[in-house]
Design a binder for this molecule. Structure first.
Ligand code: GDP
Ligand code: MG
Length: 457
């Protein structure tokens, strides 16, 4: 899958101290192939990889993140951008009813989605009416009625008596004759909603297996007759490379205002989602994720990007690391290392509070790539140990914190007393701190990125 491919690309970057131009080029090449294999449209792939490459090469060195994390972050942000950035809400009409029209190919999931959207709106205090304007297939009206019943919604359907009923059209051949006029049914449906005080009308329309000029004209006619507030284009997420062409045809034909990605529960490769927004400029608003009436999600570009990257944990870690480890502090730390100044207990305290802001140390370490093998050790590690160390440092005077070498026997005894630990504990801390100082120096000389290690832990 696209997720697996991208994850493999990022793995190759792990352990790199610094990204060379050829590392970036190789990663971008891998990303390009992964996107193309996932059926993302070529122009979209090009724009995406160019943006990632430029940022990966141009970005100033980020102290809080290692190079692999930086590339993940850039790819994630560019994915969010291409998916539309912000979540777009339904635009409700100032004067109800709000009219929502559904359009899309046959089998894309319109009728199913009509029920889901109606139910979703009902759960939020609305009183939606479903309108059956797909009169192309004999059982389409019945299907909407079943969907409506399951969702607990009223359905407006053409009078069977007037059109001869379902049986009258059975056997006439799929789509060769319709049993009523979809434009007048739509118009009557909206009027009915207004009269019956439904505040939302959802109009289900007919679709064909391939883009068809007659049906596109029918959809356009319905659109001009009912002047919808939203025209939602429902597209099967598994459609692959055909997504762009189909979306463009519907965009020209019915000028949709938003997109619904359906069947996102299947093993959709995500390519459709990435292409449609970029190619049509219209936002993806909902995802349809199953056959049940409650299988509907508001589409969040950032969550979709996370899903494509399938690196939720790493992304969370990156976010937290950035928040906690503010840049000014990081620059100051880097300057100290380079000046070969001693790393002091003051710096130690600062790092400690930064890490504390990230939440539990253990859960943070567990999110780090490669830490899975260390799980047992991490589980054995007691968070209270962390508090004990902090207590000892807090019992030191400012002079002692900046001059650890001057902490003699009587100072050690005082610190032990002040923090409620034994002198042996203080001795151990000082010993481990000296090792840490050495490690920090060698890290600084090596120019390695990443979170500075926690001394003493
Ligand atoms: P329409 O022709 O556009 O009205 O499409 P339908 O709503 O009739 O859906 C076509 C088929 O896709 C039906 O068998 C639905 O049960 C199925 N379907 C619709 N949406 C979803 C979805 O989100 N997930 C899954 N797994 N199946 C869906
Ligand atoms: Mg249908």
């Amino acid at each position: 899958t696209l997720s697996d491919r991208l994850t493999a690309t990022f793995k190759n970057l792990r352990g790199k101290g610094r990204l060379s131009e050829s590392d970036v080029n190789k990663a971008v090449r891998d990303i390009r192939l992964a996107l193309l294999d996932a059926d993302v449209a070529l122009p979209v792939v090009k724009r995406f990889t160019t943006a990632v490459r430029e940022r990966a090469l141009g970005e100033e060195v980020n102290q809080a993140l290692n190079p692999a994390q930086q590339v993940v972050k850039i790819v994630n942000e560019e994915l969010v951008t291409i998916l539309g950035g912000e979540t777009r809400q339904i635009r409700f009409a100032k004067n109800p009813p709000t009219v929502i029209m559904l359009a899309g190919l046959q089998g894309s999931g319109k009728t199913t989605f009509a029920g889901k959207l109606g139910r979703w709106l009902k759960d939020r205090g609305h009183t939606p009416l479903l309108v059956a304007a797909d009169l192309q297939r004999p059982n389409a009206v019945t299907q909407l009625e079943v969907v409506g019943e399951r969702a607990g919604l009223k359905v407006f359907a053409p009078e069977r008596g007037n059109v001869g009923g379902h049986d009258a059209v059975a056997g006439t051949g799929e789509g060769t004759r319709s049993f009523g006029d979809p434009v007048s049914v739509s118009r009557a449906g909206v009027e009915h909603a207004r009269a019956q005080q439904h505040d939302v009308v959802i109009v289900d329309t007919a679709g064909r297996l391939a883009v068809d000029t007659n049906l596109m004209q029918q959809a356009a006619d319905i659109r001009s007759a009912i002047q919808p507030d939203e025209v939602l284009f429902v597209i099967d997420a598994m459609i692959g490379q055909a997504a762009v062409e189909t979306a463009q045809a519907f965009h020209e034909g019915v000028a949709f205002t938003g997109v619904v990605l359906s069947k996102l529960d299947g093993d959709a490769r995500g390519g459709a989602a990435l292409s449609i927004r970029e190619v049509t400029g219209e936002p993806i608003m909902f995802a349809s994720v199953g056959e049940k009436v409650t299988d509907i999600e508001v589409f969040h570009p950032d969550r979709m990007a996370g899903r494509i990257l399938d690196m939720g944990d790493v992304l969370t870690l990156i976010e937290q690391a950035e928040k906690a480890f503010d840049k000014r502090q990081a620059d100051e730390m880097a300057r100290k290392f380079l000046a070969e100044e001693d790393f002091t207990f003051e710096d130690f305290l600062q790092q400690m509070s930064a890490i504390k802001q990230m939440g539990s140390l253990k859960s943070m370490l567990k999110m780090m790539p490669g830490m899975q093998q260390m799980r047992a050790q991490l589980d054995a590690f007691d968070d209270r140990e962390f508090d004990r160390v902090e207590a000892m440092v807090r019992s030191m005077t400012p002079f002692e914190r900046t001059h650890p070498k001057q902490i003699n026997g009587s100072r050690r005894a005082r610190i032990a007393k002040g923090s409620g630990v034994s002198v042996t504990d203080v001795n151990q801390l000082l010993e481990r701190f000296r090792d840490a100082q050495k490690m920090m120096k060698s890290l600084a000389r090596g120019g390695g990125g990443g979170l500075p290690g926690m001394p003493g832990i």
